[in-house]
Design a protein around this ligand. Structure first.
Ligand SMILES: CC(C)(COP(=O)(O)OP(=O)(O)OC[C@H]1O[C@@H](n2cnc3c(N)ncnc32)[C@H](O)[C@@H]1OP(=O)(O)O)[C@@H](O)C(=O)NCCC(=O)NCCS
Length: 216
């Protein structure tokens, strides 16, 4: 059986997701590198369209674990026995989302300058007219790491932003060992950052947002 998470879904985050984001941040980062609840509140309020969540969804009825034929077959049988076809329609009751578990997030704002600085991480610095989207947090739940979900979430993020024309560039700071991780996704390594957040050395990375031609 594959250990790839079932029923993955990526959607923009909202302020209502704040508790899940804070819990995931706490699980994923050492204390000194975590974003505070107050900053989540700020970022999810002023720039929810720049924040993306990777969820595992639990559905009602048979669409849960649809990727496992034996489970689907069992559920199908149970469902037939219940005979709960709607009287006025010719198909089973609609499947609905029962639960969403957040397993990855990207949190960003539009930053005043072209690079992430300690100042750009502060409350009140989101700059709507800026063309630079600064990622403040990327994290995958430790249980689900090593399955390429980080790249999946980042590719989706870049692709959607590119076609929405919300900015020209996405920037981030990262530790040296993660430079190849970001380069593989398409980011450029711009060298050591002047940002000394958490008293450590960071590297500036950036990726241009280029809208894809509809005809490609
Ligand atoms: C960094 C992170 C988002 C990666 O997500 P992930 O889905 O677990 O990524 P994977 O482990 O599947 O790795 C994808 C690729 O990146 C590489 N990679 C992942 N983490 C790495 C690390 N710490 N150092 C070097 N390479 C790494 C993997 O080797 C893999 O390379 P491959 O495609 O050549 O095999 C995740 O480890 C995480 O949440 N870390 C803690 C928070 C963090 O550091 N966030 C980044 C802030 S800048």
């Amino acid at each position: 059986m594959s250990d790839f998470p079932p029923n993955l879904s990526i959607r923009p985050l909202t302020i209502e997701d704040i508790d899940k984001c804070v819990q995931l941040e706490n699980k994923g980062f050492p204390k000194e590198e975590r974003c505070s609840e107050q900053k989540f509140k700020y970022r999810l309020t002023v720039a929810p369209e720049l924040c993306s969540g990777l969820f595992i969804r639990d559905y009602d009825y048979k669409y849960n674990f649809i990727n496992l034929p034996e489970v689907a077959e069992e559920l199908e049988k149970a469902h037939d026995e219940e005979d709960d076809l709607r009287e006025d329609e010719d198909f089973p009751a609609k499947s609905s989302v029962l639960k969403e578990t957040l397993i990855g997030h990207i949190i960003a704002t539009k930053i005043p300058g072209e690079k992430i600085t300690e100042e750009s991480m502060e409350l009140g610095t989101h700059t709507e007219k800026s063309r630079h989207i600064g990622i403040h947090s990327v994290v995958i739940d430790p249980t689900w790491r090593g399955k390429n979900l980080g790249p999946l979430l980042l590719h989706d993020y870049i692709q959607k932003l590119s076609n929405q024309d919300v900015g020209d560039q996405v920037v981030i700071i990262a530790h040296k060992e993660l430079i190849p991780f970001y380069e593989k996704i398409g980011f450029n390594d711009n060298g050591e950052s002047r940002c000394k957040f958490a008293d450590t050395t960071w590297y500036d990375l950036s990726i241009d947002l280029v809208a894809k031609d509809d005809n490609y």
